[in-house]
Ligand binder design. Structure first.
Ligand SMILES: [Zn+2]
Length: 847
């Protein structure tokens, strides 16, 4: 069609002819301003340009996107009946963990008599596997159960912690921070460190007449405080709760897509663009055999500069771009029409090469993007990284592997030298990721389609920069939602996470988005025993799983834990968040067990296990270690059944084995996922995920749609597959909607049920990153196997056992029960009860 703009690569003169000699430029925003068409005022923002031109009709990929927070009709949850509530063994929500927020200083009075039920245990940032610590070393350290915490230092909660505009006061001996549990001598102002017990001077600051007066210092009154480092606060500082100022976003687009994929991607990109705030700055690059950088200065025309893809960009070529007349990063309000036109102008792959064999210079394209994002500042201040305001993002939309130029691998894995070249490529990508991270740039790689993208090569780039790699079936809905969520998630950079514990507690393992920091990367103190982690990025959707052990039996009544994270937030302020927790110690095993938080313990165990499941054969081994673990927990913490060889699992941990049984069968360790690449992506997400997402990925949540549009939560057993109902199964990265065959025949009812389930699925995952794939299908369809394989097969269990674990069954008529029974195809997978008995254990009573 005539209005279709020409393809960028053809429209612009080849590199480097386009460049004009460098000349002085003031700033990126000044460069952007000429592109604002003078006559069009703000009205332009609300009326985007005419619809993009597509060569064939678009699939409605953009339909589910929302540019504003949704407020759909609430789908009421049915208040559970007495019978069904007793059957639910899975947690319905994590909310109870967060009810006692940290922002209730008066509950944490340090001088009140130590309460036995210490409410400060509950923090939005830290979840312990138990609220009490067992004094006996042998049992506390028992590796089958273990003790630990999940820490989300970057989590944002409202109201947030108190903000202090000064440097924190630290123990001169060990580096711990002053906190609400410190004993202060009000006459001299000296304070005692809770970690090393040394006395510290406050230079008279804490000299007051009564202990109560100490509460004027927020760090002596609440368990979490944020210190904003003075001196580098930017003039435009806005409190966290206000709108976020985000750094520039570079969108990198694969030029080698076939028509259908490209159409989906275009739909997603257009919707993404419309979702961005007008002040967001964007840049667009496409890559194939060359790197095309689109220029927003031309107004309505699509133009760009082309750089070679077979090598890294030279300093001269980057300089020419940065100091040239082109505008490569521009605020959305100034460039929305041209950005839409650029996306519409993308053309499908024209040559005849197969998908895997197409030349894609993904590595060079990321290098160019980093170079432009850095801007002139690198030149001006060598050694000191000057930030261009906010953390930058690169969003790569990839349909295939990096096969051309730096960091590439041969098209075929059959290449005689593939293994070596793969290793070299991984190394290169890892260092590119670190380079991005040094410049506060996060690289997210969003892949889609059926072409293998060679995950092992791309994963290090995403990981080391603090980003994620995601796989999608296509460039449609879930892909588009994830583009939006990737760009809006809050992230800090240059994070350093320190862990300190008192009384001989040691950190034995940390799993999460970072790596152990080298001692010279941070300030150390004479007797600093902290465990330090360099964080790749600081995000609210991530967490660290910290396993701890005691060196000897504990004598004191309390153990103290301090988690501190130092990072620059999205306003470029240096923040130090200090979270201090105190746990009571106990002698008795039952007091310890009843203080356990089963879900937290399950997630920590899950992460320790999945960490070791690098390959398919590893995951088979890990299934066996779960068996051993469950047996050992029963042996050490449970009881022997009289006159029998069977052991009874501790009743305080009754939901733990079922959770681990799900882990054993599910996508992380089981055989549900066919491709190892896909499993490795899910595994990496799980290891970094927040508590909520981790728990959901571990054990699915099963919710049945009932008459009248209500929902009932049920155990995730295959007995939920009742023909006259629809069922939603939330497994973290996937949400399935299963439509019973009988319901499917009733047109109006099934449509209403489907719509209600769909709304529920979107509500459940509204804040989740990555957004899950949401699939719906009918009973008996080929896709239904996705669903069945994630439920615990309980249909072979004896009736009394089914009824005790799945009481909803009792509400079915005999006829319906018979029909349900006959609907199952028998297979060899053991049920939960059978599995427990095979381990010589009595299945725990449902709690
Ligand atoms: Zn100390």
């Amino acid at each position: 069609m005539e209005e279709t703009p020409p393809q960028a690569a053809q429209a612009s003169p080849p590199f480097p002819a386009v460049f004009t000699p460098p000349r002085a430029l003031s700033s990126a925003s000044a460069r952007g301003s000429p592109t604002i068409p003078s006559p069009s005022g703000p009205a332009q923002f609300s009326t985007p340009p005419g619809p993009p031109v597509f060569s064939s009709p678009l699939r409605p990929a953009a339909v589910p996107f929302r540019t504003t927070p949704v407020s759909p009709q609430p789908v009421p949850f049915a208040p559970r009946t007495a019978s069904s509530s007793s059957s639910v063994s899975l947690p319905t929500s994590s909310a109870p963990h967060f009810l006692n927020g940290a922002a209730t200083p008066h509950r944490h009075l340090p001088f009140a008599a130590p309460s036995l039920e210490d409410s400060s245990v509950d923090s939005p940032y830290v979840l312990f596997s138990a609220r009490k610590v067992l004094k006996q070393k042998k049992l506390l350290n028992a590796p089958s159960l273990g003790f630990g915490a999940l820490v989300s230092p970057g989590r944002e909660v409202l109201p947030g912690p108190e903000t202090l505009e000064r440097d924190p006061r630290r123990c001169l001996s060990c580096g711990a921070y002053v906190n609400l549990y410190c004993d202060v001598l009000i006459g001299s102002g000296q304070w005692q460190c809770v970690i090393c017990k040394k006395m510290n001077n406050s230079e008279g600051e804490f000299v007051v007449s009564s202990k109560h007066d100490l509460l004027q210092w927020p760090e002596l009154a609440s368990s979490t405080v944020d210190y904003v480092h003075s001196g580098n606060r930017r003039p435009g500082f806005v409190p966290m709760s206000d709108s976020r100022v985000s750094g520039p976003i570079f969108i990198l687009i694969d030029e080698c897509l076939d028509e259908v994929h490209l159409q989906h991607l275009q739909g997603s990109l257009h919707a993404f663009l419309d979702s961005l705030p007008p002040t967001a700055r964007i840049g667009i690059i496409s890559y194939g055999k060359t790197v095309s950088v689109y220029d927003f200065s031309e107004g309505s025309a699509v133009a760009g500069d082309v750089l070679p893809g077979n090598k890294s960009p030279t300093n001269d070529s980057l300089k020419a771009l940065i100091y040239g007349t082109g505008v490569y990063l521009s605020p959305v309000h100034a460039s929305l029409p041209v950005a839409h036109t650029i996306f519409s102008s993308l053309r499908p792959y024209q040559l005849s090469a197969a998908e895997v064999s197409r030349d894609r210079c993904l590595g060079a394209a990321v290098e160019v993007a980093i170079g432009i994002l850095q801007g002139p500042s690198v030149e001006l201040s060598r050694g000191i990284i000057k930030r261009s305001g906010g953390n930058c993002r690169i969003l790569v939309c990839a349909g295939g592997p990096n096969t051309f130029g730096p960091g590439s691998v041969p098209h075929s894995v059959q290449h005689p030298n593939y293994a070596y070249l793969e290793k070299t490529a991984m190394k290169w990508m890892e260092s590119l990721g670190h380079e991005a991270q040094r410049h506060s740039t996060i690289v997210d790689i969003l892949c889609a389609g059926t072409c293998p993208v060679r995950v092992p090569i791309l994963q290090p780039l995403a990981k080391c920069s603090g980003g994620v790699l995601l796989l999608h079936d296509d460039f449609g809905e879930a892909f588009g939602v994830n583009l939006q969520r990737a760009s809006t998630r809050a992230a800090g950079s240059h994070g350093l996470f320190e862990i300190r514990c008192s009384d001989g507690m040691l950190v034995s393992q940390v799993i999460g988005p970072g790596e152990e920091a080298s001692p010279d990367s941070h300030e150390t103190f004479k007797n600093d025993t902290s465990f330090c982690i360099q964080m790749h990025s600081v995000e609210e959707t991530q967490s660290f799983s910290v396993s701890m052990e005691t060196q000897s039996d504990i004598n004191n009544n309390f153990v103290y834990f301090q988690f501190a994270v130092r990072y620059s937030n999205m306003y470029q302020s240096e923040i130090t968040r200090v979270i201090t927790s105190r746990l009571q110690t106990v002698d008795g095993l039952s007091a310890y067990l009843s203080s356990m938080q089963e879900d937290v313990a399950s997630v920590i165990i899950g992460k320790r296990t999945v960490l070791r499941a690098r390959t398919t054969s590893d995951s088979v081994d890990m299934r066996l270690t779960i068996d051993e673990r469950v047996k050992d927990i029963a042996l050490k913490f449970g009881t022997q059944v009289p006159k029998s060889k069977l052991y009874r699992f501790p009743k305080e941990l009754s939901s733990l084995p079922e959770c681990l049984f799900h882990l054993r069968r599910g996508p992380l360790l089981g055989s549900i996922i066919g491709h190892e690449d896909e499993r490795s992506v899910i595994r990496s997400l799980f290891l970094n995920a927040s508590f909520d997402l981790s728990l959901r990925m571990l054990a699915p949540r099963c919710i049945m749609h009932r008459e009248g549009g209500t929902f009932e939560e049920l155990p995730a057993y295959d007995l939920a597959m009742q023909s006259s109902y629809a069922v939603v199964l939330d497994h973290g990265t996937d949400i399935f909607i299963w439509l019973g065959a009988e319901l499917a025949t009733q047109e109006g009812q099934s449509a209403a049920a489907l719509a209600a389930c769909r709304t529920l699925a979107e509500e459940l995952s509204e804040l989740r990153f990555p957004a899950p794939r949401i699939l719906s299908f009918r009973e008996g369809s080929s896709q239904a196997r996705y669903f069945v394989s994630r439920l615990i097969p309980a249909h072979k269990d004896p009736t009394y056992e089914q009824e005790s674990r799945f009481p909803q069954l009792r509400t079915l008529t005999p006829e319906l029960r018979a029909r349900l029974k006959s609907s199952f195809i028998h297979f060899d997978d053991p049920s939960f009860c059978e599995w427990m008995r095979s381990l010589k254990l009595v299945p725990p009573e449902p709690s």
